[in-house]
Design a protein around this ligand. Structure first.
Ligand code: NDP
Ligand code: 8X3
Length: 258
């Protein structure tokens, strides 16, 4: 992982789960970090933890709601000089809201999930790739999902958002071959983070039920794949990674121990 030492890595949604795990693992391999999310208290605590453990790692935190187009452009354009050349963007911020069938899907779910997972991801990608293109290199890592490969009942909006991530990744890859910019999609299955708590509006019992009888992956498992992809030789692109919990086949098929 020596190739990542001294590189500048931006992680969206770094305040929790997979994003926070990515931040910790990139720090471990010596990358400097731009950590963004809405919950700045969480970012500050994570930055303090990383600085004390890895004093050589530079960390910049910024409050950022990826749905706010103007804020995305401002945060990227106003980065301190030492962080302005982003080598790796981890487009991780995202969520699902609710488990409703199409006929009763809520306005809140439609707007929040598509605004965050699709439009927000595009705003951040656009703002960062402009600089990568100008500098002649870069790597964009998209947090997709197996929900972006197989749609399932009660998943319509979330699945649609992750199918869109897959499409954006493919378009971006084809558009940036000449630079070249690397584009990687990471598509995890079950990962125990705050994802299911948020999806189920804080209902811990429903969230726990998602992982009933199976050992889900952790954010660290996903971070290992992200750092692996980011650390390949310049001649090699990890284009797609699918990660499943052991015993899981698809979003809806898993062997559960009773
Ligand atoms: P968490 O809920 O633990 O983390 C989600 C992160 O996204 C938080 O840091 C949150 O930060 C951030 N976020 C949410 N909305 C916004 C927003 N509008 N602007 C900026 N940041 C935002 O879940 P995960 O770590 O599991 O999720 C990370 C990614 O992984 C998501 O894209 C998710 O779809 C994907 N994924 C998750 C899987 C799982 O099973 N857990 C499986 C496959 C993919 P804050 O609230 O502070 O803004
Ligand atoms: C989260 C995985 O299968 O719960 O992206 O939709 S799933």
């Amino acid at each position: 992982f020596d190739r990542l030492k001294g590189k500048t890595v931006m992680v969206t949604g770094a305040s929790s789960g997979i994003g926070a795990s990515c931040a910790r693992l990139f720090a471990e391999v010596g990358s400097n970090l731009i950590l963004t999310a809405r919950r700045t208290d969480r970012l500050a605590a994570l930055a303090a933890e990383i600085r004390s453990k890895y004093p050589q790692v530079q960390v910049h935190t910024a409050e950022l709601d990826v749905r706010n187009r103007a804020d995305v452009d401002r945060v990227v354009s106003e980065l301190p000089a030492e962080f302005s050349a982003i080598d790796v963007l981890v487009n991780n911020a995202g969520l699902a809201l609710g488990t409703d069938p199409v006929v009763s899907v809520t306005d809140e779910s439609i707007d929040t999930v598509l605004d965050t997972n699709v439009k927000g991801l595009l705003y951040v990608t656009r703002a960062v790739v402009r600089g990568m293109r100008a500098r002649g290199s870069g790597h964009v890592i998209m947090m997709g999902s197996i929900a972006g490969l197989t749609a399932y009942p009660t998943g319509s909006i979330y699945c649609a958002s992750k199918y869109a991530v897959h499409a954006i990744a493919q378009s971006l890859r084809a558009e940036t071959l000449d630079v070249p910019i690397k584009v990687t999609e990471i598509n995890p299955g079950m990962v125990e983070t705050e994802f299911s708590i948020i999806r189920n509006y804080g209902d811990k019992e429903k969230a726990d039920n998602v992982y009933r009888g199976i050992e889900p992956m952790t954010g660290d498992d996903v971070a290992e794949a992200v750092v692996f992809a980011a650390s390949r030789h310049q001649r090699c692109v990890v284009s797609d990674v699918v990660l499943l919990a052991t015993g899981q086949y698809s979003p809806t098929v898993a062997h559960r121990k009773e």
